[in-house]
Design a protein around this ligand. Sequence first.
Ligand SMILES: C[S@@+](CC[C@H](N)C(=O)[O-])C[C@H]1O[C@@H](n2cnc3c(N)ncnc32)[C@H](O)[C@@H]1O
Length: 246
Amino acid sequence: MSTHPTNPRGLGDIIITARGFDEYCAMFGLTDADLIGRVILDCPGGAGSFATRARARGATVTSVDPEYATPVDAFVSRARRDTLYGNQYTRTHSEYYVWTWFEDADIHQAKRLAALEEFIADYSGPDARYVPARLPDLPFPDREFDLVLSAHLMFTYPDHFDEAASLAALRELARVSSREVRVFPLSDTTATPSAYLDDLRAALAADGIMSELRRVPYEFQRGAHTMLVLDTTDFQNRAAMPTEPS
Ligand SMILES: C[S@@+](CC[C@H](N)C(=O)[O-])C[C@H]1O[C@@H](n2cnc3c(N)ncnc32)[C@H](O)[C@@H]1O
């Protein structure tokens, strides 16, 4: 579904990032109640430490990313290169960022590289925990997960995910969630809010998927302090109901 523009805005092509567990929890407003005993999908998983740390707290986490299909050494060296590139972007576009979560770009780089090291210690290629797949097609049955997380993909890269591709991706994430999908951030890498968020929410509501915008205790990209939450409970209950004989 994604396109490959010759001159994308902001950061450019989609990079593999390595966010830390604490950053993920803040971005998604996650508490222990969201993690302990829960079955969670993280799509895209990238190369961060959320999955390994959440597992240690009692969650079952599946991370999905198309790049898990590449050989481990190539994936890790690209993740390291992309992490440094992403850090360089924050230095040259400092105005797009609020320097409180990370005090400065050196601390940003150190934390991202530390998260990458945790990922590397946990990752040995595709398995049941790290699944190579690409939105909008996930290899899971309906309602497989209690909670679905999606960070820094569709709204971050609107040149790769246009409105139709974003809707298809959101529908697929909702299909595999029995309760909730959380998406963050809602702006791109130039700190510009999504132009079609309201239209997407209206299209999802027409499917029976209600949504809300919920403030989170995190802001790194300027103005990006709110996540999109899809409540899939009614939608899934209706889908699971037997159809009336006509
Ligand atoms: C910026 S990273 C975000 C990773 C992680 N969620 C985070 O916040 O650090 C974007 C990831 O999306 C993956 N990606 C690209 N196209 C995708 C698609 N169609 N479906 C799922 N993941 C995709 C890339 O391989 C990359 O690892």
